[in-house]
Write a protein that binds this ligand. Sequence first.
Ligand SMILES: Nc1nc2c(ncn2[C@@H]2O[C@H](COP(=O)(O)OP(=O)(O)O)[C@@H](O)[C@H]2O)c(=O)[nH]1
Ligand SMILES: [Mg+2]
Length: 262
Amino acid sequence: MTKEHGSATVIVIPTYNERDNLDTIVDRVRRAVPRADVLIVDDSSPDGTGELADARAAIDSQVHVLHRTEKTGLGDAYLAAFAWALAREYAIVVEMDADGSHPADRLPALISAVRPGGADLSIGSRWVAGGSVVDWPWLRRVISRGGNLYAQIFLGVRTKDSTAGFRAFRAGTLHSIGLENVASHGYCFQIDLTRRVHDRGLLIAEVPIEFREREVGQSKMSSTIVFEAMGRVTLWGLQRLWVRLTPRGRGWKSDVAIRAND
Ligand SMILES: Nc1nc2c(ncn2[C@@H]2O[C@H](COP(=O)(O)OP(=O)(O)O)[C@@H](O)[C@H]2O)c(=O)[nH]1
Ligand SMILES: [Mg+2]
Protein backbone atom coordinates (compact mmCIF):
# COMPACT_ATOMS: atom_id res chain seq x y z
CA MET A 1 0.00 0.00 0.00
CA THR A 2 1.15 3.52 -0.65
CA LYS A 3 2.08 5.96 2.08
CA GLU A 4 1.54 8.99 -0.06
CA HIS A 5 -1.60 10.08 1.80
CA GLY A 6 0.05 10.58 5.21
CA SER A 7 -1.40 14.03 5.89
CA ALA A 8 -4.29 13.89 3.50
CA THR A 9 -8.06 13.87 3.79
CA VAL A 10 -10.53 11.64 2.02
CA ILE A 11 -14.24 12.43 1.72
CA VAL A 12 -16.22 9.17 1.63
CA ILE A 13 -19.56 9.33 -0.20
CA PRO A 14 -21.71 6.17 -0.02
CA THR A 15 -24.15 5.79 -2.88
CA TYR A 16 -27.13 3.69 -3.74
CA ASN A 17 -29.14 4.89 -6.73
CA GLU A 18 -27.74 8.43 -6.69
CA ARG A 19 -27.13 8.83 -10.43
CA ASP A 20 -28.82 12.23 -10.58
CA ASN A 21 -26.96 13.55 -7.53
CA LEU A 22 -23.46 12.22 -8.08
CA ASP A 23 -21.88 14.81 -10.36
CA THR A 24 -23.31 17.72 -8.35
CA ILE A 25 -22.00 16.44 -5.04
CA VAL A 26 -18.55 15.59 -6.41
CA ASP A 27 -18.35 19.06 -8.00
CA ARG A 28 -19.27 20.73 -4.73
CA VAL A 29 -16.80 18.70 -2.68
CA ARG A 30 -13.94 19.24 -5.12
CA ARG A 31 -14.61 22.99 -5.07
CA ALA A 32 -14.95 23.23 -1.27
CA VAL A 33 -11.82 21.21 -0.43
CA PRO A 34 -9.69 20.93 -3.60
CA ARG A 35 -6.82 19.12 -1.88
CA ALA A 36 -8.99 16.35 -0.45
CA ASP A 37 -9.57 13.06 -2.27
CA VAL A 38 -13.04 11.62 -2.79
CA LEU A 39 -14.02 7.97 -2.38
CA ILE A 40 -17.41 6.92 -3.75
CA VAL A 41 -18.63 3.63 -2.27
CA ASP A 42 -21.32 2.16 -4.48
CA ASP A 43 -23.26 -1.00 -3.72
CA SER A 44 -23.93 -2.01 -7.34
CA SER A 45 -26.69 0.57 -7.76
CA PRO A 46 -29.14 -0.65 -10.41
CA ASP A 47 -29.43 2.90 -11.80
CA GLY A 48 -25.81 2.97 -12.97
CA THR A 49 -24.33 5.24 -10.27
CA GLY A 50 -21.26 2.99 -10.13
CA GLU A 51 -20.50 3.41 -13.84
CA LEU A 52 -20.96 7.16 -13.55
CA ALA A 53 -18.54 7.18 -10.63
CA ASP A 54 -15.99 5.25 -12.70
CA ALA A 55 -16.34 7.78 -15.51
CA ARG A 56 -15.68 10.58 -13.02
CA ALA A 57 -12.65 8.79 -11.57
CA ALA A 58 -11.25 8.32 -15.09
CA ILE A 59 -11.00 12.10 -15.57
CA ASP A 60 -10.03 13.11 -12.02
CA SER A 61 -7.14 11.40 -10.27
CA GLN A 62 -8.43 12.57 -6.87
CA VAL A 63 -11.70 10.67 -7.27
CA HIS A 64 -11.73 6.96 -6.39
CA VAL A 65 -14.46 4.34 -6.48
CA LEU A 66 -15.04 1.30 -4.32
CA HIS A 67 -17.56 -1.12 -5.79
CA ARG A 68 -19.36 -3.54 -3.51
CA THR A 69 -21.29 -6.39 -5.02
CA GLU A 70 -24.18 -6.30 -2.55
CA LYS A 71 -26.25 -3.68 -0.75
CA THR A 72 -25.80 -4.80 2.84
CA GLY A 73 -26.38 -1.43 4.50
CA LEU A 74 -24.74 1.90 5.08
CA GLY A 75 -22.64 0.60 7.99
CA ASP A 76 -21.00 -2.10 5.89
CA ALA A 77 -20.33 0.36 3.07
CA TYR A 78 -18.58 2.71 5.50
CA LEU A 79 -16.56 -0.09 7.11
CA ALA A 80 -15.26 -1.10 3.68
CA ALA A 81 -14.42 2.55 2.97
CA PHE A 82 -12.61 3.00 6.30
CA ALA A 83 -10.50 -0.10 5.63
CA TRP A 84 -9.65 1.32 2.19
CA ALA A 85 -8.72 4.73 3.63
CA LEU A 86 -6.72 3.41 6.61
CA ALA A 87 -4.76 1.06 4.34
CA ARG A 88 -3.74 4.14 2.35
CA GLU A 89 -2.86 6.07 5.49
CA TYR A 90 -5.16 9.03 5.09
CA ALA A 91 -4.98 11.24 8.18
CA ILE A 92 -8.63 12.34 8.15
CA VAL A 93 -11.64 10.40 6.92
CA VAL A 94 -14.91 12.27 6.30
CA GLU A 95 -18.41 10.81 5.92
CA MET A 96 -20.86 12.65 3.66
CA ASP A 97 -24.17 11.79 1.95
CA ALA A 98 -24.50 11.98 -1.83
CA ASP A 99 -27.90 13.64 -1.88
CA GLY A 100 -26.93 17.25 -1.13
CA SER A 101 -28.27 17.21 2.43
CA HIS A 102 -24.84 17.97 3.85
CA PRO A 103 -23.44 21.41 2.97
CA ALA A 104 -20.08 21.07 1.22
CA ASP A 105 -19.15 24.59 2.31
CA ARG A 106 -18.96 23.31 5.91
CA LEU A 107 -16.29 20.76 5.00
CA PRO A 108 -13.38 23.08 5.88
CA ALA A 109 -14.84 23.72 9.35
CA LEU A 110 -15.56 20.03 9.91
CA ILE A 111 -12.04 19.06 8.87
CA SER A 112 -10.34 21.86 10.83
CA ALA A 113 -12.04 20.64 13.98
CA VAL A 114 -10.05 17.37 13.88
CA ARG A 115 -6.66 18.85 13.06
CA PRO A 116 -3.86 18.21 15.61
CA GLY A 117 -4.76 19.80 18.92
CA GLY A 118 -8.48 19.60 18.11
CA ALA A 119 -11.15 16.95 18.52
CA ASP A 120 -10.92 13.24 17.70
CA LEU A 121 -14.26 13.26 15.91
CA SER A 122 -16.22 16.22 14.54
CA ILE A 123 -19.91 16.00 13.72
CA GLY A 124 -21.86 18.28 11.39
CA SER A 125 -24.76 18.86 13.74
CA ARG A 126 -28.36 19.88 13.09
CA TRP A 127 -29.23 20.13 16.73
CA VAL A 128 -26.67 22.52 18.24
CA ALA A 129 -27.01 26.32 18.33
CA GLY A 130 -26.63 27.58 14.78
CA GLY A 131 -27.64 24.24 13.25
CA SER A 132 -30.93 23.73 11.41
CA VAL A 133 -32.99 21.50 9.15
CA VAL A 134 -34.73 22.77 6.02
CA ASP A 135 -37.70 21.02 4.40
CA TRP A 136 -38.07 18.08 6.73
CA PRO A 137 -41.51 16.63 7.37
CA TRP A 138 -42.46 16.54 11.05
CA LEU A 139 -42.05 12.76 11.20
CA ARG A 140 -38.38 12.93 10.19
CA ARG A 141 -37.80 15.63 12.82
CA VAL A 142 -39.44 13.49 15.48
CA ILE A 143 -37.38 10.43 14.47
CA SER A 144 -34.14 12.40 14.52
CA ARG A 145 -34.78 14.32 17.76
CA GLY A 146 -36.31 11.27 19.44
CA GLY A 147 -33.42 9.04 18.35
CA ASN A 148 -30.89 11.50 19.71
CA LEU A 149 -32.72 11.87 23.01
CA TYR A 150 -32.96 8.09 23.31
CA ALA A 151 -29.21 7.77 22.70
CA GLN A 152 -28.43 10.47 25.26
CA ILE A 153 -30.53 8.79 27.95
CA PHE A 154 -29.57 5.17 27.25
CA LEU A 155 -25.94 5.62 26.27
CA GLY A 156 -24.97 8.68 28.29
CA VAL A 157 -23.56 10.47 25.24
CA ARG A 158 -23.72 14.24 25.41
CA THR A 159 -23.57 14.68 21.64
CA LYS A 160 -26.67 16.48 20.35
CA ASP A 161 -26.61 14.82 16.91
CA SER A 162 -25.21 11.34 17.29
CA THR A 163 -27.11 10.01 14.27
CA ALA A 164 -25.58 12.52 11.84
CA GLY A 165 -23.86 11.16 8.77
CA PHE A 166 -21.68 14.21 8.14
CA ARG A 167 -18.55 13.81 10.23
CA ALA A 168 -14.76 13.76 10.21
CA PHE A 169 -12.61 11.18 12.01
CA ARG A 170 -8.95 11.33 12.70
CA ALA A 171 -7.39 8.10 11.44
CA GLY A 172 -6.20 7.38 14.99
CA THR A 173 -9.80 7.51 16.21
CA LEU A 174 -10.89 4.92 13.67
CA HIS A 175 -7.95 2.72 14.66
CA SER A 176 -8.92 2.82 18.33
CA ILE A 177 -12.66 2.10 18.36
CA GLY A 178 -12.73 -1.60 17.46
CA LEU A 179 -14.17 -1.34 13.97
CA GLU A 180 -13.66 -5.07 13.50
CA ASN A 181 -16.49 -5.68 15.98
CA VAL A 182 -19.07 -3.29 14.52
CA ALA A 183 -22.14 -5.10 13.25
CA SER A 184 -24.67 -2.25 12.93
CA HIS A 185 -26.09 -2.23 9.43
CA GLY A 186 -28.38 0.78 9.07
CA TYR A 187 -28.15 4.31 10.36
CA CYS A 188 -27.57 3.14 13.94
CA PHE A 189 -24.04 2.65 12.66
CA GLN A 190 -23.59 6.37 13.27
CA ILE A 191 -24.83 6.11 16.86
CA ASP A 192 -22.63 3.05 17.37
CA LEU A 193 -19.52 4.94 16.29
CA THR A 194 -20.46 7.98 18.39
CA ARG A 195 -20.83 5.85 21.54
CA ARG A 196 -17.56 4.05 20.85
CA VAL A 197 -15.69 7.36 20.54
CA HIS A 198 -17.46 8.71 23.65
CA ASP A 199 -16.84 5.57 25.74
CA ARG A 200 -13.12 5.75 25.04
CA GLY A 201 -13.03 9.26 26.47
CA LEU A 202 -12.14 10.82 23.13
CA LEU A 203 -13.14 14.36 22.25
CA ILE A 204 -16.19 15.00 20.06
CA ALA A 205 -16.83 18.44 18.55
CA GLU A 206 -20.13 19.44 16.99
CA VAL A 207 -20.02 21.91 14.10
CA PRO A 208 -23.40 23.51 13.30
CA ILE A 209 -24.76 22.86 9.81
CA GLU A 210 -27.86 23.63 7.82
CA PHE A 211 -29.21 20.25 6.70
CA ARG A 212 -31.48 20.21 3.62
CA GLU A 213 -33.76 17.40 2.59
CA ARG A 214 -32.75 15.86 -0.72
CA GLU A 215 -34.42 17.29 -3.82
CA VAL A 216 -33.55 14.45 -6.18
CA GLY A 217 -33.76 10.66 -5.75
CA GLN A 218 -35.18 8.65 -2.90
CA SER A 219 -34.32 8.28 0.76
CA LYS A 220 -33.34 4.77 1.85
CA MET A 221 -34.70 5.35 5.35
CA SER A 222 -37.12 2.57 6.37
CA SER A 223 -38.94 1.27 9.43
CA THR A 224 -36.42 -1.62 9.56
CA ILE A 225 -33.65 0.92 9.97
CA VAL A 226 -35.51 2.76 12.77
CA PHE A 227 -36.28 -0.50 14.60
CA GLU A 228 -32.72 -1.75 14.26
CA ALA A 229 -31.53 1.51 15.84
CA MET A 230 -34.01 1.37 18.72
CA GLY A 231 -33.25 -2.29 19.42
CA ARG A 232 -29.50 -1.88 19.40
CA VAL A 233 -29.48 1.35 21.44
CA THR A 234 -31.71 -0.31 24.06
CA LEU A 235 -29.40 -3.32 24.20
CA TRP A 236 -26.25 -1.18 24.48
CA GLY A 237 -27.96 0.88 27.19
CA LEU A 238 -28.87 -2.21 29.22
CA GLN A 239 -25.35 -3.59 28.86
CA ARG A 240 -23.99 -0.24 30.04
CA LEU A 241 -26.26 -0.32 33.10
CA TRP A 242 -25.22 -3.89 33.87
CA VAL A 243 -21.56 -2.94 33.73
CA ARG A 244 -22.03 0.13 35.91
CA LEU A 245 -24.42 -1.18 38.51
CA THR A 246 -23.43 -4.74 39.31
CA PRO A 247 -20.17 -6.02 40.80
CA ARG A 248 -20.45 -9.01 38.49
CA GLY A 249 -20.95 -6.64 35.60
CA ARG A 250 -17.83 -4.69 36.55
CA GLY A 251 -15.84 -7.90 36.71
CA TRP A 252 -17.31 -8.89 33.40
CA LYS A 253 -16.55 -5.55 31.82
CA SER A 254 -14.04 -6.53 29.19
CA ASP A 255 -16.21 -9.41 28.16
CA VAL A 256 -19.25 -7.16 27.88
CA ALA A 257 -17.27 -4.70 25.81
CA ILE A 258 -16.63 -7.49 23.35
CA ARG A 259 -20.21 -8.76 23.41
CA ALA A 260 -21.57 -5.24 23.15
CA ASN A 261 -20.07 -5.04 19.72
CA ASP A 262 -22.98 -6.88 18.16
N1 LIG B 1 -23.27 2.26 -0.52
C1 LIG B 1 -24.45 2.43 0.11
N2 LIG B 1 -24.94 3.67 0.27
C2 LIG B 1 -26.12 3.80 0.92
C3 LIG B 1 -26.87 2.71 1.43
N3 LIG B 1 -27.99 3.21 2.03
C4 LIG B 1 -27.94 4.55 1.89
N4 LIG B 1 -26.82 4.91 1.21
C5 LIG B 1 -26.36 6.27 0.89
O1 LIG B 1 -26.24 6.93 2.13
C6 LIG B 1 -26.61 8.31 2.01
C7 LIG B 1 -27.77 8.61 2.96
O2 LIG B 1 -28.92 7.90 2.56
P1 LIG B 1 -30.34 8.57 2.38
O3 LIG B 1 -31.19 7.59 1.66
O4 LIG B 1 -30.22 9.93 1.81
O5 LIG B 1 -30.83 8.63 3.87
P2 LIG B 1 -31.56 9.79 4.64
O6 LIG B 1 -30.78 11.04 4.37
O7 LIG B 1 -31.53 9.37 6.06
O8 LIG B 1 -32.93 9.84 4.07
C8 LIG B 1 -26.95 8.50 0.54
O9 LIG B 1 -25.80 8.97 -0.11
C9 LIG B 1 -27.32 7.09 0.07
O10 LIG B 1 -27.14 6.89 -1.31
C10 LIG B 1 -26.32 1.40 1.25
O11 LIG B 1 -26.86 0.39 1.67
N5 LIG B 1 -25.11 1.32 0.59
MG1 LIG C 1 -30.56 11.82 2.62
